[in-house]
Structures are given as structure tokens and as C-alpha cells.
Ligand binder design. Structure first.
Ligand SMILES: [Fe+2]
Length: 133
């Protein structure tokens, strides 16, 4: 927000503050995941995806603002907006790395559980099959 204020000041423009309905919707989607999915790897994966939707939206918005700012020759403002754009991209990358690490950890944990299941008696497998039926 401070940087946006700087952009407004640097470019000598006036800005009408508005609520971003799209962003509110993305945040609401994340809240729905929290409300509907129990804590665990599935919720974690969903929340990372929800956060990445937010980052991608921000990347689109700041990317567009940078392009428009360049066309209007607001060099100083564009520099500030590009700094924010790079931060959004870095956050998106961190989220991707986190999701990949978490996915790998869950996959290897599941492999371990599969191994345990294979080693355990057939009784538990029969119980599991019953639960699914
Ligand atoms: Fe962000």
C-alpha cells in the first residue's frame, strides 16, 4: 500500500480506492477450503493453490500496470511497480517450491504407509475394503 501511495505521488496521479471484488472472491475460496476440508495434506495443498491464485492475480495486475506505466512514460512509478511485481513472482515461486516439497513428503509418507499396509495382516486390508464399500 505504501508503494502504491509512492507511485501515485511519483506519477502525480489521483487514485480512487476501490475494493477488489475478484480478490475478495479468491480469499473467500480459501476460506471455503478451510471450512470444508479437515486439517491435513489435502487442505494444505488446497491452500497453497488458493494462495497461488492470489499471487497470479497480483502478477497479472502489476504486470498490466507496468505496461501501462511504460506507455505513459511514468518511469519512476514503473520502477516501483516492477519491484512489487518481482516480489509477487518470488512469492509464487516460494509457494511452488513449498507445494512440491510438501507433495513429495506426503508421497514418501504414503509410500511408507503402503509398505506398512503390505507388511501388516490381510485383516486390516479387508477392513479398509469394507470401509470403502
Ligand atoms: Fe502477493
Amino acid at each position: 500500500m505504501e508503494r502504491i501511495d509512492q507511485v501515485v505521488e511519483t506519477c502525480n496521479i489521483r487514485l480512487k480506492r476501490m475494493k477488489c471484488v475478484a480478490m475478495e472472491g479468491l480469499i473467500e475460496e480459501g476460506q471455503e477450503l478451510i471450512d470444508e476440508i479437515e486439517k491435513g495434506p489435502v487442505l494444505d495443498a488446497g491452500l497453497v493453490a488458493a494462495a497461488q491464485k492470489v499471487e497470479h492475480y497480483e502478477i497479472a495486475a502489476y504486470g498490466s500496470l507496468c505496461a501501462i506505466g511504460k506507455q505513459l512514460r511514468f518511469a519512476e512509478g514503473v520502477k516501483l511497480l516492477e519491484a512489487t511485481l518481482e516480489e509477487e513472482k518470488a512469492t509464487d515461486l516460494k509457494l511452488s517450491e513449498f507445494a512440491e516439497r510438501a507433495g513429495n513428503a506426503n508421497a514418501s509418507q504414503q509410500d511408507g504407509e503402503d509398505e506398512t499396509t503390505r507388511k501388516s495382516s490381510s485383516k486390516s486390508k479387508a477392513g479398509h475394503a469394507k470401509a470403502e464399500a
